[in-house]
Design a protein around this ligand. Structure first.
Ligand SMILES: [Ca+2]
Length: 219
């Protein structure tokens, strides 16, 4: 039958979709307990489509001091189409706005813990064809796989949201108080598949206080 054919297919998207579940992860976090070249979470948009612009927001909490990859979006042609790397231990709330470079300016805006950083401009021609493969917790050197433990994430990731448009400053403020749902990926109906050693646990700290140094307070 079709299911058997899919199970033995090399096509990653079709195979992955057999194990995707959609859950409301409000008040929960993914825990990546140790350095591996296997543990990651595959994310599946409700309605995959090409992206001319996008915003990604997420929270991470880690003690590791080396570089690590939080979020990786790859397409068949490019393994590092859109990635979020971090290089310092931190409790971080990140939002990245990315405009397309074909019809728009290609401006990239980055917020970290409520602070806006100097804008950058993407490479010419930025546009993400569909389907794209999105994962948390590993950097990859291929469309699917090519993970190195030395770039893996160890710690907690939560409140992952993605939009197919650029968020305004008001929108970003709403994200920081958990009052803005994603229209492409939303933590409140999160279609995902866990691969390897990743746990879902209740969050110990959640809402942010706004624009202070202390991003979190207990749930
Ligand atoms: Ca790598």
């Amino acid at each position: 039958g079709v299911g058997c054919w899919l199970l033995y297919s090399d096509e990653p998207f079709i195979t992955d979709s057999l194990f995707i579940i959609s859950l409301d992860l409000s008040g929960k976090a993914f825990i990546f307990p140790k350095e591996t070249n296997t543990a990651h979470v595959i994310l599946k948009p409700e309605t995959p489509k090409p992206l001319g612009k996008l915003t990604v927001c997420l929270r991470s909490y880690t003690e590791i001091t080396r570089e690590h990859c939080l979020f990786s979006l790859a397409t068949n042609g490019r393994d590092n189409m859109f990635v979020i790397f971090q290089t310092a231990p931190n409790i971080t709330g990140i939002c990245i706005n990315q405009e397309g470079r074909i019809t728009d300016s290609g401006v990239i805006q980055l917020w970290v813990n409520g602070k806006v950083y100097p804008r950058k401009v993407s490479n010419k021609g930025f546009n993400i064809p569909s389907p794209a493969s999105i994962i948390l917790g590993q950097d990859r050197d291929f469309y699917v796989g090519g993970f190195q433990a030395s770039q893996s994430f160890v710690g907690e990731i939560s409140e992952v949201y993605m939009w197919d448009y650029v968020l305004t400053l008001e929108d970003i403020k709403q994200v920081q108080t958990n009052d803005k749902m994603g229209n492409f990926l939303s933590w409140t109906s999160f279609s995902h598949e866990i691969k390897g050693d990743v746990l879902v646990q209740p969050k110990l700290q959640c809402k942010c206080l706004g624009y202070t140094d202390s991003l979190y307070y207990p749930c």
